[in-house]
Design a binder for this molecule. Structure first.
Ligand code: ACM
Ligand code: ZN
Length: 773
């Protein structure tokens, strides 16, 4: 017994070591992003309102860092910390700017005597403060009064892997208040990110005041109404809009600068231009009329590339943009510019001839180059989406690779700087769970935290090419994100993963370890009132069939090891008193399993919930005789006899589909068995090419050769009770049913109906379960 206990303790200790570091003062140190090196020691420093911020060697822009930290602790300690200058001393936070260090590098040394910060610049001091913050109790975030704050002894040496660590926010599709934008910047600061990419102009709204062009905000900032759902053709009838004045912009730029964050404005060109064209129709190829669009997508009306007025417009716009944004870079968009209008426009065609361009793609390149030259002449460099690669780019342009990493790889190999924002890893508007019915409606896609975390920005590049990757960014497009609470839900905690990719050396990245630290950070999100997604703390369930016991077996797994799973089988809410999950569960009768992670006595994260209906078929050998689509095969025959029903999402893993064959399932009861009904779960989703079967027939046999038909239902699709879209249970009653073999033949509708957009193509049939009782 003793050995077992010792082993258990050792395992627990090991888990703790890899996940977060326990200091000897009992506090756990788990910092995001993971520092380059961190060593704990015994003891702690006691911070009080009397502890001075002692500047041993300062820098001009150190003020905001000190102000931030002082204000952070002042609410709890009752008064701000005093700033003074002098030699390193005990009882103080000693700050020393050492310009021989890398600009964003710092060392943080906490002992019982003092806190010593040595940093390459003021921003690095700010990062040291963010690390200190994550070592202090969460209660300080709420300003809970306390006479002193204990900070565990530690030595940290830290510096970011990449210079550019960003997050984008689209304020065109939906608008956010100045306070909300400031909170977004606070979130960036907490994660040691240093770029806020502000997407300010698009088809659905122009959001920045340009004094020379007042119509941009008078007309271009308002759309008449907004489409409901995914371009449904139905509208909400509500005018929507707003913009930021130049004073607002200055306020945000300063707020960000005080957190050592650079704001990069994006002014979209030559596409995504509807709002600007609605304001100044002469800038389009046809002269309009144009409107600020209320739908989502890519639109043919773009800035005319043949009209010199367009370039004059942008020069004037940038003349007002440049003084507002100290950033070295200006983002000029460049993505998704259809060439339809240019092909028909005499001015654009004339430009193509005059400039000796091959086609409209070279015209796009001409457009970008001309704008870039202007910006370069004003001392600015451009960033553009990866489409700007088409037709060639200048050496000083930086590429944002969004259509995967391909464009970024190509640009890096050409010697251009690259920021990796691949949609497959870094699009934070994509779903973060496959359980989409329990998620806020989103654009699509699937990028869970683990997927984000797995991005390696330099993959596919030699070390030298890899040097061209200057960083990473998460993008938040807001078509389907109408409020700030949902903004937070979409980015938190996925931005923590982006932050760690951007900061932490690749060799120190470890997902399991990251999850542990993220869960600790979530307590801080809670204290700050941030809304965040909890999938990272979920229980996942996997079913298999145990051949020996002839039953379904459910294996539960926490995606976070330092928590216990408690579960119930009767549909009641799991509590600390519910059984602790120790081993896979044999499912032998109908049940409703609910499972929940618990940590420190509290339920955390998302609950797992799965109902099972165990028909006689579940316990027996079942075989599908026909071919099924590989894409929708799920677990083959077992899917139809696993006791689990599907949802209306036919990709949820619980459906079997085919468009080649009828569906034929044979169940072998191994001995004559009685039954009175067969129920077939079918999906009716004609819009997705999924039709109900034409007929279902049930046959009985003792030897698997001579079958007798025992039940039949025909003309299913024309029956009133099955007309609605969704899941239908088609039940066949059988009188005196008794046999060893039961064969269920589900006859597929061969073709999509005449009035269907895909008429003439094969129809799919989708089944989730065949129950025999
Ligand atoms: C983009 O997502 N169109 C850059
Ligand atoms: Zn034109």
């Amino acid at each position: 017994m003793k050995t077992i206990n010792l082993l258990f303790l050792f395992v627990l200790y090991s888990i703790c070591l890899i996940s977060c570091q326990e200091s000897d003062s009992g506090q756990t140190i788990g910092i995001i992003p993971q520092p380059t090196s961190l060593q704990t020691a015994q003891g702690h420093f006691t911070l009080t309102s009397k502890t001075p911020l002692n500047i041993v060697k300062g820098a001009d822009d150190l003020g905001p860092a000190c102000k931030f930290f002082s204000e952070l602790v002042a609410r709890s300690l009752g008064s701000p910390l005093l700033t003074e200058q002098g030699e390193t001393k005990t009882g103080a936070i000693n700050i020393y700017i050492d310009t021989t260090l890398a600009k964003e590098a710092y060392t943080l040394h906490v002992t019982g005597k003092a806190i010593d910060i040595k940093a390459g610049s003021s921003s690095a001091v700010f990062y040291a403060f963010q690390s200190l913050r994550q070592m202090m109790p969460v209660s300080i975030e709420k300003g809970e009064k306390q006479p002193a704050i204990e900070i565990p002894d530690v030595t940290i040496q830290d510096q970011p892997r990449f210079a550019y660590r960003g997050l984008m926010l689209d304020v065109c599709r939906h608008l956010f208040s100045l306070d909300e934008i400031k909170t977004y910047i606070d979130m960036l600061a907490m994660h040691k990110m240093n770029r806020f990419h502000w997407h300010l102009t698009d088809d659905q709204g122009w959001r920045i005041e340009i004094k020379k062009y007042p119509e941009l905000t008078k007309i271009g900032s308002m759309r008449k109404e907004t489409v409901i759902g995914r371009n449904s053709g139905k509208y909400d009838g509500q005018a929507y809009g707003g913009f930021y004045t130049q004073e607002d912009i200055k306020e945000i730029v300063q707020y960000a600068a005080d957190r050592y964050i650079t704001v990069i404005p994006e002014i979209e060109l030559p596409g995504h231009a509807s709002a600007a064209l609605a304001s100044y129709p002469e800038l389009g190829c046809t002269g309009g009329p144009y409107k600020v669009v209320g739908e989502w997508g890519v639109f043919d009306d773009v800035f005319c590339a043949g009209n010199d007025k367009t370039f004059e417009f942008f020069q004037n716009v940038f003349d007002e943009i440049i003084p507002l944004f100290p950033s070295e870079y200006i983002h000029v968009g460049g993505d998704e510019c259809p060439k339809t209008a240019w092909k028909k426009c005499p001015k654009c065609q004339k430009r193509i001839k005059k400039e000796g361009l091959k086609n409209e793609h070279e015209l796009q390149s001409y457009f970008i180059h001309r704008i870039e030259n202007y910006l370069n002449s004003k001392g600015k460099k451009i960033i553009g989406w990866d489409e700007i690669l088409e037709g060639g780019i200048s050496q000083t342009a930086t590429i944002m690779s969004w259509r995967g990493t391909k464009g970024g790889i190509e640009a890096a190999q050409k010697g251009n700087q690259v920021i990796m924002t691949p949609n497959t890893y870094a699009y934070l508007d994509y779903y973060q769970s496959l359980d989409t019915k329990n998620e806020p409606f989103a654009i699509g896609g699937y990028v869970p935290v683990e997927k984000v975390y797995s991005l390696e920005p330099t993959e596919g590049l030699t070390p030298e090419e890899g040097n061209m990757i200057i960083g990473v960014q998460g993008n938040l497009w807001t078509e389907y994100i109408p409020n700030f609470s949902q903004v937070q839900y979409m980015v938190l905690p996925r931005m923590a993963a982006i932050a760690e990719i951007g900061w932490t050396p690749a060799k120190l990245k470890n997902y399991e370890n990251f999850v542990g630290r993220t869960i600790a950070l979530m307590e801080r999100y809670d204290a700050l009132g941030y809304n965040y997604a909890k999938h990272i703390m979920s229980v996942s369930g996997k079913t298999s069939f145990d051949e020996e016991k002839s039953c379904i077996r459910l294996t539960l797994a926490p995606n976070y090891q330092q928590a216990a799973i408690h579960y119930t089988v009767d549909g009641s809410i799991p509590t600390l008193q519910s059984p602790v999950y120790k081993e896979p569960l044999d499912i032998t009768s109908d049940c409703d399993i609910r499972a929940q992670l618990f940590r420190n006595g509290k339920a955390i994260g998302k609950e797992f919930n799965q109902s099972f209906k165990i028909s006689q078929a579940v316990k027996k050998k079942a075989r599908l005789q026909n071919k099924i689509s590989e894409v929708y095969a799920a677990q083959g025959s077992r899917t139809l006899t696993d006791g689990i029903r599907g949802t209306v999402d036919f990709r949820d893993g619980n459906w079997v589909g085919t468009c080649n064959d009828d569906m034929i399932l044979v169940v072998d009861f191994e001995q004559p068995t009685t039954y009175s009904k067969v129920n077939v779960g079918c999906l009716n989703k004609v819009g997705d090419w999924i039709c109900l079967p034409v007929a279902i027939r049930v046959y009985a046999s003792e030897n698997e050769n001579d079958y007798t038909q025992v039940a039949e239902i025909k003309d299913i699709a024309n029956r009133e009770e099955f007309k609605e879209e969704g899941i239908h249970n088609i039940t066949l009653n059988i009188e005196n049913g008794k046999s060893r073999f039961v064969k269920v033949v589900v006859e597929r509708q061969k073709f999509l109906p005449e009035d269907h957009p895909g008429a003439g193509n094969a129809a799919y049939v989708f089944l989730d379960e065949i129950e025999i009782d």
